[in-house]
Design a protein around this ligand. Structure first.
Ligand code: ASP
Length: 345
């Protein structure tokens, strides 16, 4: 490899971005990213060397499970010293979950890991995948003052680069499918790429070694409350054997019904050691459990505040933190502080 060029590893996991029309039948078939320079000769003009790993099998991201996150983290760790940055091509449906999980699992990351995908297959004329791919490669290879410009797990889609663990897929139709309601873009892309360095996380020191977490806890569930929710569903979830934690998607600023059975089921679960993390269903804004009596009751029951975290980040963080097998106190204190910029206190 040319030492003056950035070297980028593309990891293709599956999803719409990797599809093209078969020349003969017209049906969608997987695109072979190892022939990336033949398909996109313009990539040669970027100052990067590119290599591609295609996972086998490639999967629709609806089939992604925590085992796939571990595999991805291992690939990044095993190739870490050989590359300056990584681009992960992933189906859009669960990309925010995977990218959030990786933000926690890549524990001392100091190189860019950029997730991207597309709404229209890369082999279709009107694809959004070509721009998403090329710009992600450029971002993964970007350097300022001899260091990577974005040494975080990020997600690039339609002209905006986001902190990955702040994102949510918001549209099944629009090309700007992802939002980051509670944290501004790390970069905006127009004629130039405008990086917003004051809001990018930079490490104190840089290293060619990466430590990863490979144990993710099971027993993490999500409950979305709604007016008219039955007591049985709440009881059923909280009586799952080996339940460790529940992301409770509440109303507004973290509010939930104050009726006796609701508070009692939650209080009992917490006293049995289950962690309940309060995340608002609103997307934008944060949980503030002191604001209304309906939030205060949850706080008094021992519910943990999730601030302005997304559900995707909350689930991933719980699996990661509980997988560390720390004491109850340490676990709670890791949940109460932002570990990778996933919430703002
Ligand atoms: N179902 C696809 C996936 O998530 C959708 C996409 O990639 O946009 O794998």
């Amino acid at each position: 490899m040319n030492p003056t060029k950035s070297s980028i590893l593309i990891i293709y996991t599956g999803g719409t971005i990797g599809m093209k029309n078969d020349e003969h039948t017209g049906a969608l078939i997987p695109f072979d990213f190892s022939g990336i320079y033949e398909e996109f000769p313009s990539l040669k003009r970027l100052n990067v060397d590119i290599e591609v790993i295609t996972l086998s099998p490639i999967i629709d991201s609806s089939n992604v499970a925590p085992e796939n996150w571990v595999r991805l983290a291992e690939i990044i760790r095993d190739n870490y010293a050989s590359y300056d940055g990584f681009v992960v091509l992933h189906g859009t449906d669960t990309m925010s979950y995977t990218a959030s999980a990786l933000s926690f699992m890549l524990e001392d990351l100091t190189k860019p890991v950029v997730f991207t995908g597309s709404q229209i297959p890369i082999g279709v004329l009107r694809t959004d995948g070509r721009e998403n791919l090329i710009t992600s490669i450029e971002i993964a290879g970007a350097r300022s003052d001899d260091h990577p410009t974005v040494p975080e797990v990020s997600l690039y889609f339609q002209n905006r680069l986001f902190r990955a663990n702040r994102t949510t897929k918001r549209s099944a139709e629009a090309l700007n499918a992802f939002v980051s309601d509670n944290y501004p873009p790390l970069a905006n892309v127009g004629v130039n790429i405008a990086y917003h360095k004051s809001i990018i996380n930079y490490p104190a020191t840089y290293s060619n070694e990466l430590h990863i977490a490979t144990h993710l806890a099971e027993g993490v569930e999500i409950i979305k409350i709604f007016p008219g929710m039955s007591r049985q569903i709440l009881e059923a979830v909280f009586s799952i054997p080996h339940l460790k934690a529940v992301v409770l998607e509440t109303f507004g600023a973290g509010n939930a019904p104050t009726c006796e059975w609701f508070i009692r089921i939650i209080t009992d679960a917490i006293s049995r050691g289950v962690i309940v993390l309060n995340i608002t269903q609103c997307g934008g804004g944060a949980v503030e459990m002191d604001l209304y009596d309906t939030g205060l009751r949850l706080k008094q029951a021992g519910v943990v505040c999730g601030y302005d975290m997304t559900t995707e980040a909350a689930v991933a963080k719980l699996m990661y933190v509980l997988g560390l097998n720390r004491s109850k106190e340490e676990t709670l204190s890791l949940l109460r502080e932002p570990l990778r910029g996933e919430f703002t206190v």
